[in-house]
Design a binder for this molecule. Structure first.
Ligand code: SAH
Ligand code: SF4
Ligand code: F3S
Length: 439
């Protein structure tokens, strides 16, 4: 038998790319590839890229440039670009960087085996179609390898919202939900391989409306089905849009025992003028009322969000409204970004905010978010949480896992194994994690 070929995948961007990279590794596993952790000994390098901000996209070209020496030493090395930059820039990538042999968009991963064969025949391979066939069905022949305790599972992909700043509707395409039975089969399979927590993924995951046994199923319906899966202990989902936060989903946060008390619900801005220009179709008021309802259903829920500062025409007053909203919600986690102009999106054509003013706002927003994050983390001290342990920590005998609120928790306990779910009393709040002791 011939030596297996080695595949190195580097993943950028969101969790969906992490999930997709696993699927690509499985697709190429069928072609005799095994994964390697180093680009140096690879026979194929795949960059699974992100196009969300300018910096993310530019990183890809600088990374590709670094492979020049490798390819000179090893002419058989194939280099591929996958993901959202591949979708957005297509052929342009091969023009800008002739080292690239293969460009594959997020909807064409199931065609990787044929594309790989084409590169082995000395040709370039490009596929950025939005094909009709179900890529997930074609990708399902996975090896039954054991897995860690947590996994992502894509249930919905693409977006029809067209926020004025965002490339996702162009790179991931129209919103599509996978049929519920296929998701449940995949979840069952993950659990059989050791997974105890599943995070359901979608660019607009709460818009999920896949085919179920009795017509369309909502995300809450899907979560209730997953709640019945023996051996599955925890369910999470991300990312949600405020306008798709249906009543049954809010209710599930109060009643579904495996659904974790954590919700990522991006608002982007606290100014109604800016929200309107972003085409977000909700107001700061409707968002705040929504959070009230979610907290009524699950009082201890930890909220998380995304913000953009320096969106075109944002004034200091608009920014102040964002600070006010953050002050009112008090996020346990929040991600904030300086607006980045994306060619082809509506906001790219508008009057841009002075970059220095935007930098200054970003710093002020992050300082406020960090303060709340700390307060919420510190308030965990003295409480008992349940921790799903994932891996050994840096100290001897130490294990690290996540609480239901997604805080990292360190515990010294040589008897703990990865995959254990244990009650832990929190004793200390550190920079980015908690420490505790088994109860
Ligand atoms: N599907 C998710 C968002 C994916 S992008 C959702 O709808 O919430 C993740 C985050 O990146 C967004 O929430 C937004 O805050 C940020 N983002 C998107 N486009 C951006 C841009 N052009 N400039 C800066 N940040 C951006
Ligand atoms: Fe982008 Fe999210 Fe808006 Fe869709 S809803 S366009 S993914 S920010
Ligand atoms: Fe980036 Fe594409 Fe995800 S642009 S954030 S990798 S959907």
């Amino acid at each position: 038998m011939s030596e297996p070929k080695k595949l190195f995948i580097k993943t950028y961007g969101c969790q969906m790319n992490v999930y997709d990279s696993e699927r690509m590794a499985e697709a190429l596993g069928g072609q005799g590839y095994v994964e390697t952790k180093s680009a140096d000994d690879a026979d194929m390098i795949l960059l699974n890229t992100c196009h969300i901000r300018e910096k993310a996209a530019e990183k890809v070209y600088s990374e590709l440039g670094r492979f020049k020496g490798l390819k000179a030493d090893k002419p058989d090395l194939k280099i591929g670009v996958a993901g959202c930059v591949a979708q957005a820039e297509g052929q342009e990538i091969m023009r800008r960087q002739p080292l690239v042999d293969l460009v594959v968009g997020p909807q064409s991963y199931h065609r990787l085996p044929e594309m790989e064969a084409k590169t082995r025949a000395g040709e370039k391979a490009l596929d950025t179609d939005f094909p009709e066939e179900d890529k997930f069905e074609k990708l399902k022949n996975r090896p039954k390898a054991k897995r860690g305790p947590t996994a992502f599972l894509t249930v919905q992909e693409g977006c029809d919202k067209f926020c004025a700043f965002c490339v996702v509707p162009y790179t991931r395409g129209a919103e599509v939900s996978r049929p519920a039975d296929r998701i449940l089969r995949e979840a069952q399979d993950l659990v059989e391989r050791g997974v105890r927590e599943i995070t359901l993924l979608g660019q607009n995951v709460n818009a999920y409306h896949g085919a179920g046994s009795n017509g369309e199923m909502t995300l809450a319906g899907l979560i209730w089905e997953l709640n019945k899966v023996d051996g599955l202990e925890r369910i999470r989902f991300t990312t949600s849009h405020p306008n798709d936060m249906a009543d049954d989903l809010i209710e599930a946060h109060g009643t579904c025992d495996k659904l974790m008390p954590y919700l990522h619900l991006p608002v982007q801005s606290g100014s109604d003028k800016i929200l309107k220009r972003m085409n977000r179709s909700h107001t700061s008021e409707s968002y705040l009322r929504l959070i009230e309802r979610i907290r009524a259903a699950r009082p201890d829920i930890v909220m998380s969000g995304d913000f953009i500062v320096g969106f075109p025409e944002e004034t200091e007053e608009d920014f102040q409204a964002t600070l006010d909203l953050v002050e009112e919600v008090k996020y346990g986690y929040a991600y904030s970004f300086k607006y980045s102009t994306r060619p082809g999106t509506p906001a790219a054509e508008r009057a841009q905010v002075d970059p220095q003013a935007a930098d200054d706002r970003l710093q002020r927003l992050q300082a406020l978010i960090t303060r709340h994050q700390r307060e919420i983390q510190d308030a965990m001290v003295g409480r008992t949480v349940r921790v799903l342990f994932e891996k050994p920590g840096r100290l001897p005998g130490q294990m690290v896992g996540k609480s239901e609120y997604l805080h990292s928790v360190h515990v010294v306990g040589p008897e703990i194994s990865s995959g254990d779910l244990r009650a832990v009393r929190i004793t200390e709040s550190r920079a980015n994690s908690l420490a505790g002791a088994l109860l």
